[in-house]
Design a binder for this molecule. Structure first.
Ligand SMILES: Nc1ncnc2c1ncn2[C@@H]1O[C@H](COP(=O)(O)OP(=O)(O)O)[C@@H](O)[C@H]1O
Ligand SMILES: [Mg+2]
Length: 240
């Protein structure tokens, strides 16, 4: 059982830091959420955790290893799977091939095991196995994207804007699966601009604004006191 520990991390996009001194813990077996307005630095932090944005300060620790500024393949092999904001399928490949592409670095046994695992999470995909990515509904595409991230049986799953562009009914379908994924021992980090779904799943919540953590505490407290969330968002609107 592994905790992802983001410790006093700053992240640069181009020449300037857009995330400053952020500390976030993602424990195993539960969902943690990061909320915050557009431009808060959420996606930059996600990309840093994937090895795709530059960490200028701090540590990204998993199993006592610092993964900050490691190569993306190495981070994935260490057990962190990141679904970046707006991740798309390869539209001309079938569901099967989209998933097989995601198993390329795994051995044969691990690949077969991972594929079976993802089909148990998303049994709908079996019927769509030979369909091209571009012919799938938005919800089915999001399932394949999540399956691609989970096929390697990661220790930590980080999803940036799961519900973006999806119908509420589709999001509702995905919620129990993410709860199951967490219950199986994986640490799940959900990054969302809109709070509702994330707060319903998460135990701990963080609010990021202006690249800094403005709130950290229980998701239940944030649900009961939405003004804590609104004050961070309003701050941003006044500043722009
Ligand atoms: N590729 C990029 N190059 C330079 N600056 C960027 C880039 N992407 C985002 N930014 C800047 O980084 C800041 C944080 O953006 P982002 O991490 O996307 O926030 P969020 O995901 O919370 O909306 C914003 O000021 C944004 O303009
Ligand atoms: Mg974003």
């Amino acid at each position: 059982m592994t905790t992802l520990s983001i410790d006093t991390v700053s992240v640069a996009r181009g020449p300037r830091n857009v995330v400053h001194d952020v500390s976030i813990e993602v424990p195993p077996g539960e969902v943690t959420t990061i909320l915050g307005p557009n431009g808060a630095g959420k996606s930059s932090l996600a990309l840093a955790c994937a090895g795709l944005a530059r960490v200028t300060k701090g540590w990204i620790n998993l199993d006592d290893r610092n993964l900050a500024n490691q190569r993306p393949e190495r981070i994935r092999a260490a057990g962190i799977s990141v679904v970046p904001e707006g991740r798309r399928l390869l539209p001309h490949l079938t569901v099967e091939d989209n998933l097989k592409v995601a198993t390329y670095s795994l051995g044969r046994r691990a690949a077969a095991d991972g594929l079976a695992y993802t089909l148990s999470l998303f049994p709908e995909l079996e019927k769509r196995w030979t369909i091209q990515g571009r012919s799938l509904s938005g919800g089915e595409q999001q399932m394949v994207v999540l399956a691609q991230a989970l096929v390697s049986r990661p220790k930590i799953l980080l999803v940036d804007e799961l519900s973006l562009g999806l119908a509420p009914i589709v999001v509702k379908r995905l919620v129990p699966t993410l709860a199951d994924v967490a219950a199986s021992g994986i640490g799940v980090l959900l990054i969302e601009q809109f709070a509702h779904v994330a707060l319903s799943l998460a135990k701990a919540a963080y609010v990021l604004e202006g690249g800094r953590v403005r709130y950290s505490g229980s998701a239940a407290e944030l649900t009961e006191h939405p003004e804590l969330l609104h004050s961070a968002y309003l701050l941003r609107q006044r500043g722009t």
